[in-house]
Design a protein around this ligand. Structure first.
Ligand code: LUZ
Ligand code: MOS
Length: 752
């Protein structure tokens, strides 16, 4: 089935936040953010700004009727600063005017006096100052300390990954409208409608039932709108509540880049120990997560890092400790992979270091240590592994021996260009690591003309989840997709939603649709048996018709629905799903947090221009574990998009904050993202079809986040190409591998 949005996307008819028709009298807001990263507010003078043309009102924390707090996991984040600012861009006031231009102009007339305090941007400095968001956590299996004594080879090192700007094409935004009886309707470009509803209720001091959050679709989220869509909606809601006027705020790209958090940068230490057969016996890691100025989702991101400490390898003795470090940057947040990629990069660096030191190819070590079904992960979950099938399929299908020979031959005959190859096997856990979040609901109505209307808690953000929801209902009812309409995501239809995140949206909401549709179908079978005077067991509803003992009866789908209505049967159902079998005990750091894992292997080849330091990604050849894909076209799109986003993170996307905590890469002129010229020249994708039982919807495994981690392979392929040119290169395990770093790596050696 084609993505149901492709028709309106192509015609420019899809409705995003900024396409929602505005009502007469709509006002426009702009946030006034702190001009410095850390300090005490001495005075705030609004008089000039208030007198500015078109300004209706300027709100500060003093105007908040409820609580000045929007922290999701920990209440450490005020909506607006009171007497201190903690990052450059931290909201201080919200200016509402008759136009965005007027509000922007007025913002420039706000006078704030801030006494500067020391600025910390480095997570290791934060840890040294004991500036932590939450106490550190440690995952442990076996006894790494003792196990190192039995290791033949031990290597230690440092690995760092930078942040990443989400760069959803649609920036953050919201539009709030007053409703009767002090209620509010808000359109929000959010992955988490319930988070918007809950925090708006807190800030306004009213119950959640007065706040209707509606989400049409998102022009991308990537985690950046899991938590951080909330504040903009709450600003609009606050102004609407107090002014009784519609208020809209859609951020300018540069405001969005400056004021919102990004992927958490990490600075980590590793120690890896191997035996004489290159089996990894022991591994230790210390992760320093740069959380930014408040918790946001960082504690959960930190946890997912720990869950992915050993990537797709079995290591019997592991100790991993993670620190969430408070710095004066915008609060960092969810980003596709959610800490997993940051953890996986570190063990890949450790393996690369071991391989280089021992003079073997990294893939020898990787392959020898792949997870097998039945292995125990450091947090106690016993894994059902597809690691080896993916790896083996990739090496045979793509004839890796031949690829390696061709690269060696190329490198022998070329002095200016060098090629490199890497393997990147992945293993990603599917489920929210916070077990209670693994639940969802769906509301299914069948109208008397036989058409079907579905609401779920899933937010369509370009990932194709709406199409998959329709596929579920269409398959269960056995009716064409054209009879099914999917609604916007709305907190008045579906309550207490988990954010569309963790790659789990189609699984959780699809299962809820499945539950609802099956319940309806059961009732309809009874109606059919009653009407056609036969046994329930003889009835089959398929191809828009009712079959009795395999024979098509006179009753079609539409007649069946009408018969149900006349019998006064409910043609509506609210389905609820909660992933079974999940548990995790934080006091022991053990449990079974994931419904299943997704596996895959990517083989990347690159060519480096050893004079200029620039490079091409020649090919990425993948074998990915889809389970049994319910929509290969959409899933292929997720693989390609995730891969390229991962490559961007690993190679060119370079976030730069200066020592004052000011973002220097604050526009697309200074922050480079992959374009059509920088994507791999060739992407080969093989669908590994497995039909082991799993908890995915229709056994079609989650596909949102896992492919991002294939991009990590590019970093190591580039490193290998650099080493082919300069075997003594001291190129660090520090992503992104920009052309500048490649150039340094090519010409800078360990001994100077
Ligand atoms: N969000 C969240 C996520 O709240 N919990 C998670 O485990 C998660 N994982 C991936 C992406 N978003
Ligand atoms: Mo996401 S990082 O699944 O919002």
């Amino acid at each position: 089935m084609k993505n149901i949005d492709s028709f309106t996307h192509t015609r420019g008819e899809s409705i995003y936040l900024d396409d929602i028709p505005t009502t007469i009298g709509t006002l426009y807001g702009v946030v006034f953010g702190s001009p410095i990263a850390h300090g005490k507010i001495k005075s705030l003078v609004l008089t000039d700004a208030e007198a500015s043309e078109g300004v209706v009102r300027i709100f500060t924390h003093l105007d908040i009727p409820g609580i000045n707090q929007i922290g999701g996991i920990i209440p450490d984040e005020p909506l607006m600063a009171e007497d201190e600012v903690h990052f450059n861009g931290m909201p201080i006031a919200f200016v509402v005017a008759t136009s965005t231009e007027a509000a922007t102009l007025a913002c420039k007339k706000i006078k704030v006096e801030i006494e500067p305090l020391p600025v910390i941007t480095d997570p290791r400095v934060a840890r040294a100052n004991n500036s932590l968001i939450v106490p550190p956590r440690t995952f442990k299996i076996g006894d790494s300390k003792n196990a190192f004594q039995d290791c033949k080879y031990i290597f230690e090192g440092l690995a760092e990954t930078n942040g990443q700007e989400h760069l959803y094409i649609e920036t953050q935004g919201a539009y709030a409208l007053p409703a009767e009886n002090n209620a509010i309707k808000v359109y929000s470009s959010t992955q988490g409608p319930t988070a918007v509803q809950r925090h708006m209720a807190d800030v306004l001091g009213i119950p959640m039932h007065r706040i209707e959050v509606d989400v049409t679709r998102l022009g991308g989220g990537f985690g950046g709108k899991e938590d951080q869509a909330t504040s903009w909606a709450v600003f609009c809601g606050l102004a609407t509540f107090l002014l009784k006027k519609p208020v809209k705020y859609a951020l300018h790209r540069m405001e969005d880049m400056r004021m919102t958090g990004k992927r958490n940068p990490y600075s980590s230490d590793f120690k890896i120990g191997l035996d004489e057969n290159l089996k990894i016996i022991a591994y230790e890691a210390i992760f320093h997560q740069n959380a930014g100025a408040s918790a946001d989702l960082s504690p959960a991101v930190l946890e997912r890092t720990l869950f992915h400490t050993t990537n797709t390898y079995y290591v019997p003795n592991v100790t991993a400790t993670a620190y969430s470090c408070r710095t004066n940057l915008p609060p960092n947040t969810a980003f596709r992979g959610f800490g997993g990629p940051q953890g996986m990069f570190v063990i890949e660096a450790a393996i690369a270091k071991a391989a280089e030191s021992l003079g073997v190819a990294a893939d020898v070590i990787q392959e020898r240590n792949l997870l097998q079904t039945g292995n125990e992960l450091p947090f106690g979950q016993i894994v059902q592994s597809e690691a080896s099938p993916c790896w083996e399929k990739a090496t045979s299908l793509y004839d890796v021996e031949n690829m390696k020979m061709e690269i060696a031959a190329f490198n022998n005959t070329n002095s200016v260009y060098k090629k490199g190859l890497s393997f990147m096997p992945i293993c990603f856990g599917i489920s929210f690591t916070k077990t209670p979040m693994n639940q969802a609901r769906a509301l299914v109505h069948i109208y008397t003309d036989g058409s079907v209307n579905i609401s779920t808690g899933a937010v369509e953000m370009g990932q194709g989840v709406n199409t998959k929801m329709i596929q579920v209902a269409s398959t269960i009812f056995s009716i064409p997709a054209s009879l099914i309409k999917l609604n916007t995501t709305n907190t008045y239809r579906i309550a207490n939603t988990s954010p569309s995140a963790a790659s789990a949206t189609a699984d959780l909401n699809g299962r809820a649709v499945e539950v609802a549709c099956n319940a309806l179908k059961e009732r309809l079978v009874e109606v059919a048996a009653d009407t056609l005077k036969c046994d329930k067991g003889d009835i089959e509803i398929k191809n828009e018709g009712v079959f009795v003992k395999g024979e098509l009866s006179s009753m079609n789908w539409k007649a069946l629905i009408m018969a149900g209505y006349l019998k006064r049967i409910s043609l509506s159902e609210h389905g609820h799903y909660a992933t079974p079998g999940l548990h995790f005990d934080m006091t022991k750091e053990k449990g079974h947090p994931f419904a299943y894992h997704v596996f895959g292997t990517a083989i990347t080849t690159v060519t480096v221009d050893c004079i200029r330091g620039i490079y091409d990604i020649d090919s990425v050849k993948l074998v990915h574990d889809f389970g049994s894909s319910m929509n290969p076209l959409i899933d292929k799109g997720q693989i390609e998009g995730g891969l390229v986003q991962g490559i961007g993170w690993m190679t060119m996307e370079e976030i730069v904050f200066d020592a004052d905590g000011r973002l220097r890469s604050n526009a697309l002129s200074t922050y480079k993202v992959p374009d059509i010229y920088s994507v791999p020249k060739n992407i080969d994708l093989h669908f590994l079809e497995t039909d082991n039982d799993n908890l995915a919807i229709f056994k079609s495994k989650a596909v949102g986040e896992p492919p991002l981690m294939y991009g990590i392979g590019t970093f190591f392929a580039l490193r290998n190409a650099i080493k082919a040119f300069n075997p003594n290169s001291d190129v660090a395990f520090a992503a992104p591998m920009t052309p500048e770093k490649v150039l340094l790596g090519l010409y800078h050696s360990k001994n100077g």
